[in-house]
Design a protein around this ligand. Structure first.
Ligand code: ARG
Length: 457
């Protein structure tokens, strides 16, 4: 492509280190679309004749057909997808192919292609998150009354409902959706026509190409347009945050599926066995979601470090922008799909969850609250009285509501038999009906609002 200035070809190592075609061939659809938009505009502005425009458009269609049928050929000498396409176009339609690159550089071309690719990736991610939120809301609706222990420090804290717990992930993934939507809105401007770095003297119409490619408007500074990879970092940042949420949920499944917990039976379809231990059923999909989150964070870090020291405008380091984004997207897509299956197809062992809530003195706070409310004892003192009751129950190996009234009154004479109503796990969750609390009535409200937001009616 630049033979005019060079006396010698590149060394073998230069060809290899320079080649981005092994990965940027993933941009072929975007590259063809952007080239079509560009040459259509060149034709409309009489920069390229109508006849040549038609020839180039037909040729691009043919190249796309070949890619679709046979994949993109990988020739390192052609470096990247842009030159691969242009060279094939020249083979098909002859020298007129050379007119396509008028008023364009690979710098604005790659910035355009990559934005289009990330935009598609965001749309695919949003569809996946929609499915995940639906699965969460469905199961939360099924389990608005299922009682389980709520934890802090992974120690039993207070009873909650499984529906409430699942809706916590609905909130997290809804924020992820809004982060991806933000990223998409900021991304949606067209760098095409910024050329190498300074713009062009040809009378191009940047509004026209922007519109043809579904962008809201052209970018306003050519230097920024070819140097900016914020859109990819925004995507990776949102992906990182999202994968972090998926990883926490996956970790809970790993814990819940363990025998000592036994809160959940994971679907066979998302588990594996052991080659030596016949009894094993391992939560591999959940562990891989947890593992993938680490890799996605690595992708985000990788691109931040690539970009942080680069002067304007384009530097070849920026060719390394694509692998981390491609990798992160592939990992996130799989992680979301695996979590959809995990939520939808797991069997929650509600009886076991309920027992765990009863065994862990989860209603101790309810006893303290009762003493404050009914016996007018200051909370700190009530806390102390309750601690003594827990200590006694623990030494007897029984639940709080299995202590006799005599035993409770021996600890504090102001206790009466009404206290037993407050000590059941049902009463405990039902009492927590503040906005956003775990009471079944409140969870049902949140589920109804979420169903509305998701268009589930
Ligand atoms: N293969 C390059 C990339 O992916 C295309 C841009 C090349 N521009 C340049 N000035 N060498 O970044």
């Amino acid at each position: 492509m630049w033979g005019g200035r060079f006396a010698e070809g590149p060394s073998a190592i230069m060809r290899e280190i320079n080649a981005s075609i092994p990965f940027d061939k993933a941009l072929w659809r975007q590259d063809i679309a952007a080239s079509k938009a560009h040459v259509t505009m060149l034709g409309a502005r009489n920069i390229v004749s109508a006849a040549d425009t038609e020839t180039i458009l037909a040729g691009l269609g043919k190249v796309a057909g070949e890619y679709e049928a046979n994949g993109v050929p990988e020739n390192w000498d052609l470096e990247d997808i842009h030159m691969t396409t242009e060279s094939r176009l020249a083979e098909l339609i002859g020298p007129v192919a050379g007119r396509l690159h008028t008023a364009r550089s690979r710098n604005d071309q790659v910035a355009t292609d990559f934005r289009l690719w990330v935009r598609d990736a965001i749309d695919e991610t949003l569809a996946g998150l929609d499915a995940l939120r639906r699965a969460l809301v469905e199961q939360a609706g099924n389990h608005a009354e299922s009682i389980m222990p709520g934890f802090t420090h992974l120690q039993t804290a207070q009873p909650v409902t499984l529906g409430h717990h699942l809706m916590a992930y609905y909130e997290m993934t809804s924020r992820d959706v809004s982060r991806f939507e933000d990223a998409r809105a900021r991304l949606n401007r067209s760098p095409l026509g910024s050329a190498a770095l300074a713009g062009t003297g040809f009378p191009i119409d940047r509004e026209m190409t922007a519109k043809a490619l579904g962008f809201d408007s052209p970018t306003d500074n050519s230097l920024d347009a070819v140097s900016d990879r914020d859109f990819a970092l925004d995507y990776l940042s949102a992906a990182t945050q999202c994968s972090l949420h998926l990883s926490r949920l996956a970790e809970e499944f790993v814990i819940w599926a363990s025998q000592p917990f036994g809160f959940v039976r994971m679907a066979d379809s998302l588990s594996t066995g052991s080659s030596i231990m016949p009894q094993k059923k391992n939560p591999d999909a959940a562990e891989l979601v947890r593992g993938h989150a680490g890799r996605i964070m690595g992708c985000f870090t990788s691109l931040m470090v690539t970009m942080k020291g680069l002067p304007l405008a384009y530097s070849k380091d920026m060719q390394d922008d694509k692998p981390p984004v491609f990798e992160a997207h592939g990992l996130l897509r799989l992680s979301i799909a695996a979590m959809v299956g995990m939520i939808a197809d797991s069997t929650f062992k509600t009886e076991r969850m309920r027992q765990a809530a009863e065994l862990g003195y989860a209603t101790a706070t309810d006893l303290a609250d009762w003493l404050v409310r009914e016996a007018d004892i200051p909370f700190r003192e009530a806390h102390h009285v309750t601690g003594a009751a827990v200590k006694l129950a623990e030494s007897k190996g029984c639940a709080l509501d299995e202590l006799s009234l005599d035993e409770l009154q021996a600890i504090d004479g102001r206790v009466d038999e009404r206290v037993y109503k407050a000590l059941s796990v049902e009463a405990s969750v039902a009492a927590r009906c503040s906005h956003g609390g775990t009471a079944p009535v409140e969870v049902r409200k949140r589920v109804a609002a979420a169903r509305l937001a998701l268009g589930l009616g």
